[in-house]
Every structure is written in C-alpha cells, then in structure tokens.
Design a protein around this ligand. Structure first.
Ligand code: MTE
Ligand code: HPA
Ligand code: MOS
Length: 761
C-alpha cells in the first residue's frame, strides 16, 4: 500500500515508498490476509516418481480422516485439465502419467493445514517407472524436445573460420537457480455471490492466472477476478508458475463452495516449482590477429524440464543475447528446447539472456587464456557501435557500450588496478587476486511483440486526491513508487496525494505479466495517457477560470494550476470541474511503437531500446582453502535519466548479487532419478550479507538521448544480474594466477569445491 503519511511534504524523488512498511513488518502478503469464516486449507499431493505410469491411487484412508473436506483428482476438474500457456502440455493434476518428481496429482482440502498434511501421509500411489532423463544433451539425442529449435544467423561463420588467425572450440555449461522469493507461491480463493471467484494470488501475471483458472473450471474469464496487492518477490518464478497454485485453490473453492487457501511451504516450493534453465552449450570462436571476432557459432541445449511453460520464449532470448555487447559480423546460433524429467523450468531474471552471455564470455576467456592476454582486450576490441547489426537484424542505436567502458576504466583506474594486482600476485604465494571486466547489453521489450502493451485507470476524487490502477505488480522492484511519481508529476501533486490501488483484473484487463523489465515503461506510459486525457478535459475550464486563452500556457505544478499571471488551487479546479459534470476518470493505453519481429525470417526490430553497462570485479582467493572474498565491484551503468536513484540503485545491487550467486554458490542438484538434492536451505546456498562485495560502487552514466523509456528513465530490473558473470571470470583469473596450467572447464557455478579442484588440476 503506497499511500502513507511518511511522504507527506514534498515531491521528494529518491525514496522507495514501500521501505518503511517492509522494514517494520507491516507489508501484507497473501498469507497475511484475514481469513474468512469457513476457510479451508489445501495441499497438493505430489508425485514421488520423476517419470512413470500411475498404476494405482489409494486415498480412501486419507479421505476418512477427521477434518478432511475433500480430495480431488483430475477426474473432478470441471473444465479442461490443462494449464500450459505457450504449449498445451501441462495438466493441472496428473492423469495417467507423471513427468517429474513434485508434479501435483491430488488436491487435499481440509479444515486446517495440519490435517491436510496428515492426510498427505495416508495417500498411496503406485508407479510403473519409465526412463528418466535429466540431461538436456541426452534428451536432444533421444528426440525429447518441448518445441522447435531456433537459429539466428548473420553473415556466414562457417566459411569465415578458415580465414581466422585463431579459432577455439569448446563447451560451456551454466546451472539452474532457485528463485527463493521471500513469499512462497500461494493463493486464496473466495467464491463470489452469483458464482465465480475472487482469487488473491501471489503472481506476476494476474491475467495469466485468470485465464488458466477460467479454463480449468470451465468458467468465462469475466467470472474470475484476480487481485494482487503486492508480492514478496517473483524474479520470474511467478510470471507463469503462480497460475498452478491459484487454479488449484480456485478449483477447491469452486467445488466446496468455501474459501480455500493454498500456500506452499518452503520445502514444497523448492521441490515442486521450476527454476532458471540450466544450459549445456558448444561454441566455436574465430578471431583475426587484431582480436576482432570474425566468426562465432554456438549450440545451446536448454534443460526445459517436463513441460514447455515459458521455455520457448526463454530460448528465444538466449539467441537475442548470444553475442552480449559485441558485434560479430558472422554469427550463427542455434538453441534446442530439451524435454527432461525435472519440474518445468521457467522465467528467471534475464530470461535466458544470462545463459547466452555466459557462453560468449567463456569463448572469449578461453581465447584470451590461450593467447596469454587479458580477456578484456578482446572484449574491448569488439564492443557494439552505432550502425552495427544484431544477428536478428536490428540496428544498434544510441549505443553506450564504449562510453560505459571508457568511463569505467578511467574512473576506476583500470591500468593502476591491474598493476596493483600483478604486484600483489608476485608478492603472495597462497593468496591470489583476480580481476575481470563484465560489460552488459540487454534488450528492453517482451520479445513477443504483441505483449508490449498496458493500460491504466485513473480517478481524480472530489478532494483532489488521485487513485491509480495499472497492470503492474509490485514485487520489490519499486514499480509502485514509480507509478506514483508518474501520476504526481502529471498533475503537479505531491506523492501523498496519489493512492496506488491493488492490481486487479476487473479494473485493468488483459494485461501482460510484470516482466521483461518493461513494466514501468509500459504501465507508466499508459498512466501518462490517462492523466493527459483528464488534463485535456479540464484545460478549457482552467483557461476560463484563469482568463487564459492560450491553453498551452497553463501548467500543473505544486498543487496549483498556473497561467502567466494567475493561478488557482488544483482542488478548486477539480471541484469546479465535477460541478460542471466533467468526467474526472480515464483509462489510458500504451503500445510500444516501432517494434516488430518476423519469426519465419528470424529478423526484425524486437527491442524498444537496449541498456548498457560495464563492471570491474576484484576478488582475493585463498589458494589453500579455495575460499574467496570479493574486494570490490565497480559499475558504470546506463540508467538513461533515472527517475528514482534509490529504487534504481537497489535494483543494481540486488541484481548484481543475485547474478554473482548464480555463478558461484548456488548449485541446483538433481540426482539421476530426477530428485532435487539441494532441496533445503542447508544444501542450497544463496549469497548473504557476508558474501556481498566489501565495496560496491555504482556510477550513473549521464546520457540524455530520446528513447522509449518512461520519463527517459531506462528499465533496470534484469540487466544488472548479468554483471554477475564477472564473479565467475575473476575467480577463474585468480586460479590461473596461482596455477597458469589449471584446466578450466567453464561450467558454472564455480563452487568452493570446484575452485579447490581446479587450483590443483
Ligand atoms: N526486484 C525485486 N526486489 N524483486 C523481484 O522479484 N524481479 C526482477 C526485477 N527486479 C524482481 C526484482 C525481474 S525478473 C523483472 S522482469 C523485473 O524486476 C520486473 O519488474 P520491472 O519490469 O518493473 O523492472
Ligand atoms: N521477457 C520476459 N518475460 C517474457 C518475455 C520476455 O521477453 N516474453 C514472454 N514472457
Ligand atoms: Mo522477469 S524473468 O522477466 O520476470
């Protein structure tokens, strides 16, 4: 809830309006909603087999347990037993077969969560196990895929390799990543008067939840209302995967006609939900003697899990970002969406982009290591420039790659830093420092062009205060604060006059999920449109009251409506307008101009703009223990004209550390039977405050180019995660300083165990 007393006075910019509520524990999530009388509690009984035929299900004992209201199977689903978004390949509840360990089979509805848990233990299922595949290369070999492979191509790399001075080939693999949002998945479904449902869902995609639930229950979408106050983190994990739990809660409520709450425990969430896609990849890179990359090919084997979910879209973004910040005139990249028996993997900050970038960075590092030069010599020689072409046909415009690079190396004295590290490494035998530079370039827009649209609803009330609804979901990234700022700026009001409402499908419909970092751009521009409509309606009245003929001379600032000589209070204008029966509500709409993509040709202009940046990592490695400490990360980032430095800085720091975790600590381990071994926080490590670099410095690059960002403030949600790749390569460089002949395998994450083994390889 963003209207509060803490922000009364000014149009103060650089604050996050939610912060006081978060730090004092007053923020409300789904499980904090007051429970209605008669509320039931649901649990999903899930498969203990990663691939098999269901031979027998016996839940008669569980059903008889005192306090169990009902146990439902796929046979009870009133609509279609199907929740797949892009591909219709995922049942709500398993039917004849199970395809991953953790797949929901039955829905238990009970008077309490404890009873539901007890009932779970009384259920018996017999499986006839089938072949279990967990590796994407093996899946691909056996023809187990989720959708079709895709290839992006520019020039002709195959013929150019022959002309290259240096050619290197190899493999590069990156691991999965657990979202670990603080609020686990969950929903609270409430039957409505005259049929239909209201569902409070912890989702990034209220419309996706609405659509899936309506389909499963055989209802019209108009009978299903989805409400989201805010969510306790999503990181992509709730873009599509919140729908499953909301539809199950909705199913329970629909059948029992009672409110049903379904909240996953942390253990269930870890076990049952998909993660970042692990990738295995092959690369071949060719350079000329000036270190220009002449040719590059890569094949990506995406570990999609047991159902398509968002994998085809994630796969596409891997290709869009396969060359990171570098112009490669001859490039051919192919990606295969492989079907394995893991929980369906899904969106995760960067959406396949980080996995694509890891491979080109590995290829560059390999080349540099073989040529005995720093990788940043190759990185720098190949940065994008205006007029270059991406493999998918878009031309590079407003490129900040070189500016970020030069600013970073000058500001943080790269040359001196390198000398210091060289000196340190000469002086120390068992401690070695490593340095790496990590540039980023990330395209902003949903790669699926039709998704780039949004709407907003604005009411101006009689007292001059303003209510705003948009399709944006607040998940910690600060979009609510940005929406409040947009409305406040449009009407010239202080932030406390703007109330940001829950995200609700009955007020703002057919929304795209809060994703692709584009939420503030899309919803902010729709909001500007709505505010402008209201202003246009009251301007003639303002002109009359201010005796100003030229309406262009009228402005809205500091709670006043001003002409050259005279001004009136905003509140007075609003009240007069309402007396004159002027409509003081408006619905705004925005759809991103210019963007397009032709999937047949794999060419187009899919991104509204790109975000650039560069970073330096310095790490000190204890070569006896394999432990390390990040001394410093320094960043020059292209924010455009940041509209909120506090929020944007938070996104950089959070994204950076999350990316570093993915590359180093976070090891998602499944055994050969498809069982998640890293299924507790004792066995899955995420960065804590002691892991965070001792020093993080972020410089806001000053640019003032016209772009399609909201108030020229560029999208900031996902790009910083990709700085995290620098953590990997700085550690590798420290290892090589200790043992120049170490055998480097380019398989992230580089855990402490792997560091030790590589040091002495
Ligand atoms: N920041 C916080 N605190 N919590 C989150 O869940 N999700 C990230 C990013 N930053 C996330 C976050 C992801 S995956 C995306 S796509 C963007 O925020 C989405 O929000 P935006 O479009 O408003 O940037
Ligand atoms: N990014 C994030 N989420 C998405 C996208 C995308 O490009 N396309 C569909 N969902
Ligand atoms: Mo973010 S991975 O687009 O939700």
């Amino acid at each position: 809830m963003t209207n509060n007393k803490n922000t009364k006075s000014t149009l103060k910019k650089d604050i996050n309006l939610d912060a006081p509520f978060h730090v004092s524990g007053r923020t409300k999530y789904v499980d904090d909603l007051p429970e209605l009388e008669g509320t039931c509690f649901a649990k999903a009984y899930y498969s203990r087999c990663a691939h098999g035929e269901i031979k027998k299900i016996n839940f008669s004992k569980a059903e008889k347990l005192n306090g169990v209201v009902k146990i439902l199977s796929h046979k009870d689903v009133p609509g279609e037993n199907q929740i797949g978004g892009i591909v219709r390949d995922e049942p709500l509840l398993a039917d004849k077969e199970v395809h991953f360990y953790g797949q929901p089979i039955l829905l238990i509805i009970a008077e309490s969560e404890t009873i539901a848990e007890k009932a779970m233990k009384l259920i018996e299922v017999d499986y006839k196990e089938k072949e279990i595949i967990v590796d994407p290369r093996e899946a691909y070999k056996k023809g187990s895929v989720l959708s079709s492979s895709r290839t992006f191509k520019l020039g002709n790399p195959t013929s150019k390799f022959k002309k290259c001075a240096y050619v290197f080939e190899g493999e590069a693999d990156s691991g999965g990543q657990e979202h670990l949002y603080l609020e686990t998945q969950g929903a609270y479904a409430i039957p409505k008067d005259q049929g239909g449902l209201l569902i409070h869902s912890s989702t990034q995609g209220p419309t996706a939840v609405q659509k899936v639930t309506a389909n499963v229950l055989g209802l019209n979408m108009s009978q299903v209302e989805i409400n989201v106050n805010r969510i306790g983190g999503g990181f992509g994990g709730k873009e599509d995967q919140a729908s499953h739990w909301a539809a199950l809660a909705g199913f329970g409520a629909f059948i029992t006609k009672r409110p049903v709450k379904l909240i996953l425990s942390r253990h269930e969430d870890l076990q049952m939900t998909g993660k970042r896609h692990p990738y295995r990849s092959d690369y071949k890179i060719g350079l000329d003697k000036d270190l220009k990359i002449i040719a590059y090919t890569a094949s990506f084997y995406q570990n999609g899990g047991a159902a398509a979910d968002l994998s085809p879209a994630v796969l596409e973004r891997t290709l869009f970002h396969a060359s990171n910040s570098y112009f490669i005139p001859n490039i051919e990249v192919t990606a295969h969406p492989c079907k394995t028996n893991l929980p369906p993997n899904t969106a995760f900050r960067g959406f396949g982009g980080p996995q694509g970038k890891f491979v080109i960075e590995a290829a560059i590092h390999r080349a540099a290591n073989e040529l005995n030069i720093p990788a940043h010599n190759i990185q720098k020689a190949n940065l994008f420039k205006n007029g270059d072409e991406f493999s998918f046909g878009q031309k590079v415009e407003n490129c900040e790659a070189t500016k970020c690079w030069n600013d970073l190396s000058k500001r943080y004295e790269l040359k001196r830093l390198e000398k210091e590290i060289e000196h340190f490494n000469k002086e120390n035998k068992y401690f070695k420092k490593g340095i790496a530079l990590q540039p980023i370039c990330f395209g902003i827009s949903f790669t699926n062009t039709p998704m780039n649209n949004a709407r907003a609803l604005v009411h101006v009330y009689n007292d001059g205060s303003v209510g705003v609804s948009t399709g944006a979901v607040e998940m910690g990234q600060g979009v609510n604060t940005k929406m409040v700022q947009v409305a406040a700026q449009a009407f010239g009001l202080t932030l406390d006059k703007i109330r940001l409402e829950d995200t609700n499908t009955t007020r703002v419909a057919n929304t795209s999920p809060t994703a692709a970092s584009a939420t503030a751009d899309l919803n902010g521009k729709a909001l500007q449109d709505a505010c402008q409509q209201i202003k246009d309606r009251i301007l003639p009245l303002a002109g009359e009251l201010l005796k100003e003929k030229n309406l262009k001379n009228i402005s809205f600032v500091d709670g006043k409506v001003k002409a050259k000589r005279k001004n009136i209070d905003w509140v007075d204008l609003v009240q007069t307008a309402l007396l004159r029966r002027i409509n003081m509500s408006a619905k705004g709409h925005y759809s991103t101009p210019r963007i397009n993509f032709d999937k047949k040709k794999e060419k187009g202009h899919p991104f509204a703009y790109h975000v650039y940046g560069n970073s330096i990592f310095v790490v000190t490695l204890d070569c006896i223990r394999g432990t390390y400490e990040f001394e410093a990360v320094k960043i020059v980032h292209d924010f455009g004209a940041s509209m909120n430095k506090a929020v944007d800085l938070g996104q950089i720091e959070g994204g950076l550390v999350q990316g570093m975790g993915w590359m180093t600590l976070e090891d998602v381990v499944y055994n050969k039977k498809g069982l998640l071994k890293s299924n507790t926080l004792a066995t899955y490590k995420v960065p804590d405050v002691y892991f965070v670099p001792k020093e993080i410095e972020v410089h806001f690059l000053k640019t003032n180019t016209d772009n399609l960002a909201i108030l020229k403030s560029k999208a900031v949600g996902e790009p910083p995660l990709m700085y995290g790749l620098g953590a990997y390569f700085s550690i590798i460089n420290a290892i090589l300083a200790f043992n120049p002949n170490a055998s480097i395998s380019y398989d992230a994450p580089i855990t402490t165990e792997k560091i030790l083994m590589t040091l002495y390889s």
